[in-house]
Write a protein that binds this ligand. Sequence first.
Ligand code: UD1
Length: 443
Amino acid sequence: MLKIQGGHPLEGHVHISGAKNSALAIMAAALLCSGDCRIRNIPSLADIKRMSDVLMSVGVSLSHHEDCLDINAGSIRQSAPPYELVSKLRASFFVIGPLLARLGVARVPLPGGCAIGARPVNLHVRGLQAMGASVHIEHGTVNAYVAGSGKRLKGAKICLDYPSVGATETLMMAATLAEGETILENAAQEPEVVDLAGFCRAMGARIRGAGTKTIVISGVPNLHSVDYGIIPDRVEVGTFLVASAITGSELSLAPVIPDHLTAALSKLRAIGTEMRMESPNRMRVIPSRVRKACDIETLPFPGFPTDMQAQFMALLTLAEGSSVITETVFENRLRHVAELNRMGADIRVKGNIAVVQGVPKLSGAPVVATDLRASAALVVAGLAADGTTTIQGLHHLDRGYDDLEGKLTKIGAKVTRCSDDSVVVPASEARASSKTPSPVSAE
Ligand code: UD1
């Protein structure tokens, strides 16, 4: 459990870690290359450990020093990571693209649904088929292979029904080693897709248009060694922006790339928070005393990110007036509402829409985290609430936030991690000994 004593102002500077979603995709992309890959700015997360386990299960050698990950996929022995590992982390399915491109065969278990939705992989599969792969799904595993002597995928024109981040990444990786040109239409434009393209280009891939709706990849026969630093985590930035706004505390955050946060920053301004760039990548957040209600609809990038919806909902519970939040990306991502209501919020849900009527205060309560960003929402709500909030289900938080409570403690939050009601240990010590993996991993 995390125990938060609310109502304490925050102050100081927060260092932002590398982006989880970039790191996971880029680790999968390291499978494309037989040389050494060094990835810098890797966050310390349970999900990174899980992805490392998936890569090692197919014969990759991997070593981790501080925030640096060295990967060598020179001798991949296996094309079939085991279900026990893939089912713990949805993003591990993304290895299907690079495995198929590199070996001409890949057998990857379906990751299944999770806390926030059904999460099918039909767009990944259809795209690989368009590139010439034979794919059949049997006994819960996607079996894909490329026939012919060269076993190379063929470039194709693919229009995604929806700009799925994962499908864009899978197909972009697969296309880097394909024969000829692949054109991905209606591609995801998320910064993590651009980061993955940057990594692949640094290995010699020929990709243009990443960050727009059309990505063009000209296949090359092989890729070379690389040393690459990943972007800062925009969702972690968003979470600390909300922590600042909800507690009325000035904070400075770095490194931050404001262009990755346009939609979130514009909503924060509408709520009344001011942001100033103190240097090109250092942001100061100056909250106002009065928070105004505002409507939010989650959308693919550059729209408002689904990964920040829960945290902004927590903030809007304390705004003046009524806000309407519409979740359009995942079908089951409003489960934090019941927990926020336990803390005194006034939120009603119908389908994928939540109506948040602002209240003057939240009160600390025992609550349960249902997924990664829901747990972050409960943490920020707990920082602002009167009294003590205890949050159960911390394995979600450890999946996606690099030392969140350590960073919060440093800026003055009263946060402790405890194994049960009677044993309380400092956040940093407890975190080191409690990396219990969760059975189902969202995002
Ligand atoms: C990624 C992010 C996650 C983020 C999400 C949306 C990673 C590791 N995770 O997840 O944090 O919340 O993008 O920004 O990068 N869909 C299909 N068929 C498919 C693929 C997706 O119907 O083949 C649907 C999904 O069910 C969902 C929507 O498309 O409703 C968006 O999913 P997608 O963009 O693929 O998310 P992920 O890549 O899984």
